[in-house]
Design a protein around this ligand. Structure first.
Ligand code: HAM
Length: 420
């Protein structure tokens, strides 16, 4: 038997209503905030991700699915959506469009991580990217969209954490202080962090190993090295969140695992998710468009993990559109089976959802299937009904029955399809 790949999941029909509910809610909120859908490719040239996410990040160092195209070009399955969106923004010269470019996307992302609950190798994100506005209100807008969306799907126990990474120059002046401190305590750091001291020391602040955490609690803080402009920017973002009543807490450790951020970074975590507790995260990335050879363009965005939202969502929270009447066609006998085939088609073409089970050959077997499928009505058509030219419509709840002319089925059935 050929099995699916580890960390790459199937979504069976029982689970998809939950996903559709999340996706519909996300679309509705994106629409309210004026974001428009973009669809970008699942694979891109490898250098796009290496240059944007950062060569010394975990994603680029060890998590990318990279392969050689037939002409030798190195390609990578996208580990996230920001890099591809920025590439598309530049390639289609969207900076020349005179209105703000605010995009959203859905889709699978690929990272070679160790699979566990909430951590997959193929996972799905809903993300937004807002280009062109170097204004705290733009940060507030995307954070608000993230918060409203997660609240609306019904997630409980959420925390929004915010940090300010300043500008690259702020981090340049902070890094040596941090490195000096870390080197003094190097032997107490985990092996991963020991390696990071030279490569990516800020990421050590984010390490979840208790010894590393205890140590970095005493480390010099980036906030104390920030220049005046990022401090004022951060204050404006927080003031705006207060104004629109979005609760947050400050987290000086939130440096994020992707290198393109500056100024605002944020993450929403959920209590019941265990170790992989980030539901969504994002931040400002004012330098990325330029890094990828586009014009200087400020930008901010976030992405949420749909698997993690789906895990947290209580069944009771799923609001699906009102149950539709579904007609089960119980057709049997030679003539009855043919009439049943016509009836199915007639109803479907007229917009009525109709199903059958072609394996069932007795009325009893059909009625059992109609019940299992949760159909509200069954239309019974045996050879006798064909001779009379009428089918019998049975309301599966009240058990009342009506004769309907097979020749004018859709018109005759329509007024009776109300679910009691
Ligand atoms: P990220 O923090 O790498 O950011 O991912 C965002 C979210 O995707 C996470 O909070 C998590 O819910 C989900 N996620 C990440 N990796 C996995 C995984 N292996 N399995 C399941 N879920 C996962 C980004 O991707 C940035 N592009 C966000 C962004 C957009 N920043 C600015 N614009």
């Amino acid at each position: 038997m050929i099995k699916g790949i580890k960390g790459v999941k199937d979504l069976l029909p029982e689970e998809t209503p939950r996903w559709r509910f999340i996706e519909e809610t996300a679309r509705r909120w994106a629409d309210r905030y004026g974001f428009h859908e973009i669809r970008i490719p699942i694979f891109e040239v490898t250098t796009l991700f290496a240059r944007s996410i950062g060569a010394s990040t975990d994603i680029v160092e060890k998590e990318m699915y990279t392969f050689q195209d037939r002409d030798g070009t190195s390609l990578t399955l996208r580990p996230e959506g920001t890099a591809g969106t920025v590439r598309a923004y530049i390639e289609h010269n969207r900076g020349a469009v005179p209105v703000p470019q605010k995009y959203f996307y859905f889709g699978p992302m690929f990272r070679h991580e160790r699979p566990q609950a909430g951590r997959l190798r193929q996972f799905h994100q809903f993300g937004v990217e807002s280009f062109g506005m170097a204004d705290p209100r733009s940060d507030i807008e995307v954070i608000a969209l993230l918060w409203r969306l997660l609240s609306d799907v019904g997630l409980q126990g959420l925390t929004l954490e915010i940090n300010n990474l300043g500008y690259p120059a702020d981090r340049d002046s902070y890094r040596p202080q941090l490195v000096t401190y870390l080197k003094q305590h190097e032997s107490h750091l985990c092996s991963n962090c020991q390696r990071r001291i030279e490569m990516n020391p800020l990421r050590i602040l984010d390490c979840k190993v208790p010894e590393c955490r205890a140590l970095t609690e005493q480390a010099p803080r980036l906030a104390d090295s920030l220049s005046e402009a990022p401090r004022a920017y951060s204050a404006a973002v927080l003031r705006g969140l207060d104004l629109i009543r979005i609760p947050y807490s400050l987290n000086h450790r939130l440096v994020r695992g992707l290198d393109y951020y500056n100024l605002t970074t944020f993450e929403v975590t959920a209590m019941n998710l265990g170790a992989q507790n980030a539901v969504g995260a994002g931040g400002r990335y004012d330098g990325l468009v330029e890094t990828l050879s586009g014009p200087p363009t400020p930008a901010v965005g976030f992405a949420v993990g749909l698997e993690r939202i789906a895990m947290l969502l209580a069944d009771s929270a799923i609001r699906t559109s009102a149950a539709k009447a579904v007609v089960y066609i119980a057709a049997f006998g030679e003539q009855g089976s043919l009439a049943g085939l016509s009836a199915l088609e007639d109803l479907r073409v007229c917009g009525i959802s109709a199903v059958s089970d072609f394996r069932s050959s007795t009325l009893k077997a059909h009625l059992r299937q109609a019940d299992r499928l949760g159909c509200s009505f069954t239309l019974i058509i045996g050879d006798d009904e064909v001779t009379k030219g009428t089918g019998i419509l049975r309301n599966m709840v009240t058990k009342s029955q009506y004769d309907l002319p097979l020749a004018a089925l859709p018109t005759a059935i329509q007024p009776l399809l109300t679910i009691s």
